[in-house]
Write a protein of this length. Structure first.
Length: 228
């Protein structure tokens, strides 16, 4: 795991809490340092500060997402909804605003990583012929690929997880809170914008007209459902 923050106290405290919880932790002090360590050794998960010197967290995440779907939790002193949405649009899996509670960060880390056994199980099922055809979409859990009419849609890890869950429950409506529990694997009583952002990004990739979706539908006042 890699913790990236230019504040020594934040790095040390998070590193200590995560190591106490059983994680092996590397530390990076800025954007170039983070990219170098990720290129050299990779990471199971990245805790990434937004306001970094030289190369900011947004750019680090953009570069990471060109070749990797490593889970990323962003840390930032910025608390506006716009900043949160930008981070999620770039590809963050979660977003925590400073000041934060270190145990909360550890809990979020565990929630993101907890899905790994489920994904491995899904992959094993797919290896035995689990490719799923839903409408014009072909969902291949084994290769974690989604295509439409033979064209790879280039979904991120979390976009794929969200689509797979909804497609497995065709016609059923889920609230944003339920999707956080089922797809992100934790309950979040406050901001659910991560679900909204991921739904919007999915529509841009799977719908002919994202402004008038046919598959990923909004049930006003409730949540979302998938129709093939």
């Amino acid at each position: 795991m890699l913790v990236v923050d230019d504040e020594p106290m934040v790095r040390e405290v998070l590193g200590r809490y995560l190591e106490r919880d059983g994680f092996a932790v590397d530390l990076a002090v800025d954007g170039p340092d983070a990219l170098h360590q990720l290129d050299k050794a990779g990471a199971d998960l990245v805790v990434l500060d937004l306001m970094l010197p030289h190369i900011d967290g947004y750019e680090v995440l953009r570069r990471l997402r060109t070749h990797s779907d490593t889970p990323v939790i962003m840390l930032t002193a910025r608390g506006s909804q716009t900043d949160r949405i930008v981070g999620l649009e770039v590809g963050a899996d979660d977003y925590i605003t400073k000041p934060f509670s270190p145990p909360e960060v550890v809990a979020r880390v565990r929630a993101v990583l907890r899905r790994a056994p489920t994904l491995r199980s899904t992959d094993e099922t797919a290896a035995r012929g689990g490719v799923r055809q839903v409408g014009t979409l072909s969902i291949d859990p084994g290769r974690r690929l989604t295509s439409r009419e033979g064209r790879d849609l280039g979904l991120t890890r979390k976009e794929f997880d969200l689509l797979t869950f909804l497609a497995a429950n065709t016609g059923q409506t889920f609230t944003r809170a339920q999707l956080l529990e089922q797809v992100w694997d934790y309950a979040w009583a406050g901001d659910t914008s991560t679900v909204t952002v991921h739904v919007r990004r999915l529509r841009e990739k799977i719908e002919d007209d994202p402004s008038s979706p046919r598959h990923l539908l909004t049930v006003w006042g409730v949540g979302y459902r998938f129709e093939p």
